[in-house]
Write a protein that binds this ligand. Structure first.
Ligand SMILES: [Zn+2]
Length: 335
């Protein structure tokens, strides 16, 4: 449950791609608490170094940025037009509470709504397609027009974060927006804690990289030197897929590329050896930080694993079992 509680803290800090300063400050403090050797890259990624027995270096990356939105323009009636950050399931934004984060550091609350938001008023309230053009943000401020909004200090270019609605149940589920990929960041910190507490000897050097622009495609485009990179990111759950929320998912291929043959085999063999609940799957619409690292020319081999997450980029959920299977696989692979 410690991992889920750490995830809850991370989820409570708004961090749409491009607005990750506060969450990175939190993670920097967590590194200091543990006296970890770490630094922030010029791009803003966090790199944590753990020494091992050989010169070979295994990189493990997870992303702490999330989907979100940005104010595009202010409507004449004082509502806000927005553009999405990343690829959310936009119909799930309809009715969601959100926070407008101004560049001067103020926060205002609001709600994402369709442009025909009342079933008593609009014939097409149910059928209007939920798109950026057909939706707006209703601010919780007494604003009647564009000037009123500007006077508050809200302007195009302000970030918008979506209320994650995090709940941890007694049955071991964590349901929240943005488990992709904050649950994996929490998993990596649990891995670090276990390595420190049990004084585990690592077979290679390890660099843990927490990226901040994954949802927009270039999180791990620039990374420190590693020999291989394993992205720890949400596992897909759904049609044609074997993975459930109780498993660690190992991805053989996503819509970008197959993953490295040998690393993937080693991960599968390790999962078998440790008798973990795992699934080897192909993700139909997916690219990871390893895809970003490879496509930007990094000379590495890569793999992708993570806990099964249901309803991704919508109202996500996973289970402690999937989280623990992922932790066990990572530690088994590193030691
Ligand atoms: Zn992700």
């Amino acid at each position: 449950m410690k991992t889920l509680e750490f995830a809850r803290k991370l989820l409570s800090i708004p961090s749409p791609s491009g607005y990750t300063k506060n969450v990175m400050k939190f993670l920097g403090e967590e590194c200091e608490k543990r006296a970890l050797k770490h630094h922030f890259s010029p791009k803003g990624n966090l790199v944590i170094e753990l020494p091992g027995k050989s010169d070979y270096t295994i990189g493990l990356c997870a992303h702490v940025d999330t989907l979100g939105a940005m104010i595009k323009s202010i409507n004449g009636n004082g509502t806000l037009k927005f553009t999405v950050i990343g690829g959310p399931l936009l119909p799930t934004y309809d009715g969601e509470y959100c926070y407008v984060l101004t560049r001067a550091g103020k926060t205002f609350t609001g709600t994402f709504l369709a442009n025909s938001p009342s079933s008593h008023v609009y014939k097409n309230a149910r059928t209007l397609e939920r798109t950026e053009e057909n939706m707006h943000i209703r601010l919780d401020e007494k604003v009647k027009n564009k000037e009123d909004v500007l006077k508050l200090g809200i302007a195009p270019g302000d970030f918008v974060s979506v209320e994650p609605k995090t709940v941890i149940t007694e049955s071991g589920f964590i349901k929240s927006r943005f488990l992709d990929d904050k649950i994996s960041v929490a998993i990596l910190f649990s891995v670090i804690d276990e390595i420190l507490e049990k004084k585990l000897e690592l077979r290679s050097n390890v660099k843990i990289i927490i990226t901040t622009y994954e949802e927009v495609g270039h999180g791990a485009a620039a990374i420190p030197e590693v020999d291989e990179l394993i992205a720890v990111d949400m596992g897909c759950v759904g049609d044609d897929l074997a993975c459930t929320e109780y498993d660690v998912s190992i991805c053989a291929k996503d819509s970008y590329s197959p993953y490295d043959f040998d690393i993937t085999n080693n991960l599968v063999n390790k999962a078998k050896e440790l008798k973990l609940n795992y699934a080897l799957d192909i993700y139909p619409y997916y690219g990871s930080d390893v895809s970003a690292a490879l496509s930007s020319g990094n000379n590495i081999r890569g793999a992708l694993i993570g806990p099964g997450v249901s309803a991704s980029h919508g109202m996500e959920r996973t289970h402690l079992d999937g989280v623990n299977n992922t932790i066990r696989l990572i530690i088994g692979y590193l030691v």
